[in-house]
Design a protein around this ligand. Sequence first.
Ligand code: SF4
Length: 288
Amino acid sequence: MPRGNMPRQPSRSGRQEGLRRALRVPSKTVVTSAATRRAPGLPGTTLKGSAPKSAPKKKSAAAYGPLDPERIRQIISALDQLYPNVTCALTHRSAWELLVATILSAQCTDVRVNMVTPGLFEKYPAVQDFAALEPEQLEPDIRSTGFFRNKSKSVVGAARKIVSDFAGEVPRTMEELLTLPGVARKTANVVLGTWFKKNEGIVVDTHVTRIAHRLELTRQEDAQKIEQDLMQIIPRERWTDFAHQLIWHGLKLCPARSPRCADCALEKLCHAADKTWSTVEIHASAKT
Ligand code: SF4
């Protein structure tokens, strides 16, 4: 069996020997396969080290394309194995509680938000209770989630709008949700997908962004453009679950630092340059 197809033991540092070295090899010899250069839908995949035109093409390399439908199917399948019956990590009992929790989760961990919201909803059980507050009154209760002044304005503003314009019910359409103070597409997607079971878009947060880059599903940096790219390749009925699965994956196995690649069911499909373990070719073009 050719060297390179055998799983190797990770180094003590947790980073597989050879990965850093491979990335330092002169660009003509490394990192991306010939087929990656032709990745459909990924402009700019042109790469270090274009092979000479006369060079023979490797059959196996020619089969690789990051957006190949079969590869996408395998990614979804692996995520289903890792995270079956996935749901939102934010504790909630109603659309309103989920909306508030999602607003509070900006620049804050879900764990922290889940520590704050039970007491918050005990103190203010209904949307009308929030609508009756001044933002300054809410600030002490949500201070630990960070950016509490802006978040207080958003929560109280959203509550007032829901009470005045939507009869106290969280609206069920993207268009209406986006009229609420402090609600952008990400928050609206969370509420629509998780509570109302409507796949109107894909939640793009820091975890989704990072893992979509590592898996070469997009090259975009802007959240809305990332969402558009993902919506092109992920079947619509999977949009909500796919985002939840990537978020859980980011929390459990694939954090920004030291991803646990040796334990990851996506390992053979992942060519990210910052993997800590790899049995496949590394792609410097897979952003981290
Ligand atoms: S192999 Fe590593 S970098 Fe790739 S998705 Fe899995 S944990 Fe993340």
